[in-house]
Design a protein around this ligand. Structure first.
Ligand code: NCD
Length: 330
């Protein structure tokens, strides 16, 4: 395992991730994928360490995925859900984090509906001079690094199962379709998918894809294109990532109707004919069946990588916990 080359203490954003860091995550996740294929799917790597999942916002797959990843590494896990916690009695976020620190937490995995909360907790831990690492599991509309890394791992393992690496993306065309404005998944994926000379195409109605997204493509090795209609984004694409319409984050009526949206931007079999013959479809979940993607396509293993993404998520999160956690033992 290449942990001795790893120096990042917190994983908060992919904006400054290096090629080396991407490759280290991919390689480490590949070795954990192998562990997960064994009969005994557990290693003692983080034995004696405590991983606290602090989820201030609802989650199904990310929370469960981090929990099983920590357990497969033999860490002890604590799970916090804000609805059933002392936050309902007025405790602040930082005080909640300090409570978990006092219980001996080594790694905090944090999700919050407001951008910047994991960063603030990481800063507080650093100020206190403690060795606790913080992993951002999704903050508002800002970033969702572990999701983008598992998307990257899913794509790269499909291209070379034995040696997933960033280099494999070179020259590929990837399209991200849907509610980009509200998506932290899209923002993290923009960083990872432009980290090498690939083409990344974003497509959405103008209300969900403001022009400022072009700024994300500045000074990146990959090229970023914006489209306000679907067809040109899909033409010859190798991978198509669809995103959920995040109604809980919409403050205004940004779409005429869901039916209209599906008609113009929904991914269906016939739309995929514009793509490369071997095209694959991704979605971070949860899916609005029949809105951003047709229900039959979602379940078709010939095209859909959605279940592979969930499986990859465990190996990738094991890799992240291992890489930031292994410096703490001994
Ligand atoms: C995403 C999230 O929470 O940002 N889901 C996830 O983590 N798998 C995307 C979404 O909520 O649509």
């Amino acid at each position: 395992m290449p942990a001795n080359t790893w120096s990042r203490h917190h994983i908060l954003s992919l904006a400054d991730f290096t090629t080396n860091e991407y490759d280290t995550v991919l390689k480490t996740a590949a070795s954990f994928r192998e562990v997960l294929s064994r009969r005994t799917k557990k290693v003692p790597t983080l034995q004696g360490q405590v991983v606290a999942n602090l989820f201030f916002e609802p989650s199904t797959r990310t929370r469960s995925s981090f929990e099983i990843a920590a357990k497969r590494l033999s860490a002890d896990t604590l799970n916090f859900a804000s609805a059933t916690s002392s936050m309902t009695k007025g405790e602040t976020i930082l005080d909640t984090a300090k409570t978990y620190l006092a219980m001996g937490t080594d790694i905090m995995v944090i999700r919050h509906q407001q951008a910047g909360v994991p960063q603030a907790i990481a800063q507080e831990m650093d100020n206190l001079g403690v060795k606790v690492s913080v992993l951002n599991a999704g903050d508002g509309q800002h970033e969702h690094p572990s999701q983008a890394l598992l998307d990257l791992f899913t794509i790269c393992t499909l291209l070379d199962i034995n040696n997933p690496r960033l280099e494999l993306l070179r020259g590929k065309k990837i399209a991200i379709i849907g509610d980009i404005l509200h998506s932290r998944v899209a923002r993290s994926n923009i960083w990872s998918l432009t980290a090498i000379n690939a083409e990344l195409h974003l497509a959405a109605p103008p209300t969900l894809l403001p022009k400022f997204f072009a700024d994300y493509g500045q000074d990146r090795p990959g090229k970023l294109f914006l489209h306000w209609e679907l067809e040109s984004a899909l033409e010859n694409a190798d991978f198509v990532m669809t995103l959920r319409l995040q109604k809980e984050r919409m403050t205004a009526h940004l779409l005429p109707s869901l039916r209209e949206y599906h008609h113009l931007f929904g991914i269906t079999r016939s739309q995929l004919q514009l793509c490369n013959a071997n095209v694959k479809v991704l979605h971070p979940g949860p899916v609005n069946r029949g809105v951003e993607i047709s229900s039959d396509l979602m379940d078709d293993p010939e095209f859909s990588l959605i279940q592979n993404q969930v499986t990859s998520g465990v190996a990738v999160r094991m890799a992240l916990l291992y890489l930031i956690g292994s410096g703490k033992t001994g």
